[in-house]
Write a protein that binds this ligand. Structure first.
Ligand code: AMP
Ligand code: MG
Length: 337
């Protein structure tokens, strides 16, 4: 069974061709045959403009679909079903992916599955790490949450009350003159700030309420440090340390509460090596297995939408093209598994 996964929730228009195979001894159930992406680049100092990003997606969508099929060596007639990211995300961007999926599905008479983007990050992470039933730390531009399956749903065991971890890093980056996504540049600067940045930790708020984190105060305080003339490297180091430590505390508590023995880190910010180091400490202490999604697939991509597509296909959860809508807000705990 071959799936065409289409991602378009925010900055990236991505298409992947993936094939379902029989489960092997690693528990793998599908193979990514191609994964092509084209991302909207925001001007320096500004974030994603939804209409501009949608314009970008409309301009590149047909060539990305074509390239994904070509790289996979599969014709459109060889595709068994389409999975598209139906939400959550930016309305104008989601609609481009929705229209592409709906048109292909109607014209070529292909089955259609509406994937939740966050569950896509999780399903792809599970596939790549071979974790079966993990507590998931999903950290990206759109999400910062701890989730685990209980009964028929993903349940949330801690999340951000305001900014996501990706937004915190991107907004700090923009403030110091970087373009989005700033996460990788901040990670580099933070490495240089490791020597002196520790002295700034006491000037930043560490906010955790119940098992939820909050980053808006941290961002404001970090901006003040920059205005005070502190070195960017040191500020980046201190912000990363505080933000990752709050998540480590929440993760530790969620592991204790759920009794789960695996941790998966997925989403765009999972590419950060320091985050993995901090979480590894928590897992070591508890003697549990940790898996981090491969850097190549941590950011938004068609492969995650194909991964969730296969889960939906297994349950025969297909929709008709005329009901291929998008949902800007669609929490992962609303999805009945
Ligand atoms: P996504 O929305 O899943 O594509 O994730 C995008 C987010 O991941 C953006 O906020 C990026 O700044 C962030 N990101 C990407 N690479 C890194 C990294 N190495 N360290 C921290 N954040 C990162
Ligand atoms: Mg994402």
């Amino acid at each position: 069974m071959i799936c065409l996964g289409i991602e378009s929730t925010a900055h990236t228009f991505g298409v992947s061709v993936a094939e379902k195979e029989l489960e092997d001894d690693t528990g793998r159930t599908f193979k990514i045959i191609s994964d092509i992406r084209d991302s909207y680049k925001a001007p320096e100092g500004s974030g994603i403009h939804p209409r501009e990003a949608a314009r970008h997606h409309a301009a590149v969508c047909s060539s990305v679909v074509e390239s994904a099929l070509k790289q996979a060596g599969v014709s459109i007639e060889g595709i068994d079903f389409i999975s598209y990211s139906a939400g959550p995300g930016l309305g104008p961007c989601l609609r481009i992916g929705g229209i592409v999926a709906r048109s292909l599905s109607a014209y070529f008479d292909m089955k259609l599955a509406a994937a939740n983007h966050a569950i896509g990050h999780i399903e792809l992470g599970k596939y790549l790490t071979s974790l079966k039933n993990p507590l998931v730390l999903i950290v990206s531009g759109g999400h910062t949450a701890l989730a685990a399956v209980q009964g028929e749903r993903w349940r949330i065991f801690g999340e951000t009350l305001d900014l996501t971890l990706g937004q915190l890093l991107d907004q700090l980056g923009r403030f110091i003159g970087m373009s989005s996504p700033a996460g990788p540049k901040i990670e580099k600067l933070a490495l240089e700030g490791m020597k002196n940045g520790g002295s700034l930790l006491k000037d930043l708020p560490y906010t955790i309420k119940g098992n939820d984190v909050s980053y808006s105060g941290l961002l404001s305080a970090a901006k003040k440090l920059c205005l005070r003339g502190e070195r960017k490297e040191d500020v980046c180091y201190a912000v990363q340390e505080i933000a990752f430590s709050t998540l480590a505390e929440a993760t530790d508590r969620a592991l204790a509460f759920t009794g789960i023995s695996e941790l998966l880190i997925t989403g765009g910010v999972a590419a950060n090596k320091r985050l993995a180091e901090v979480m590894q400490e928590v897992c070591k202490e508890r003697g549990i297995r940790m898996g981090v999604i491969d850097r190549q697939y941590s950011g938004d991509c068609g492969a995650q939408i194909a991964a969730e597509g296969f889960r939906l296909a297994e349950r025969k959860q297909f929709i008709r093209p005329d009901s291929a809508f998008v949902r800007q807000s669609w929490r992962l705990d609303e999805v009945v598994l």
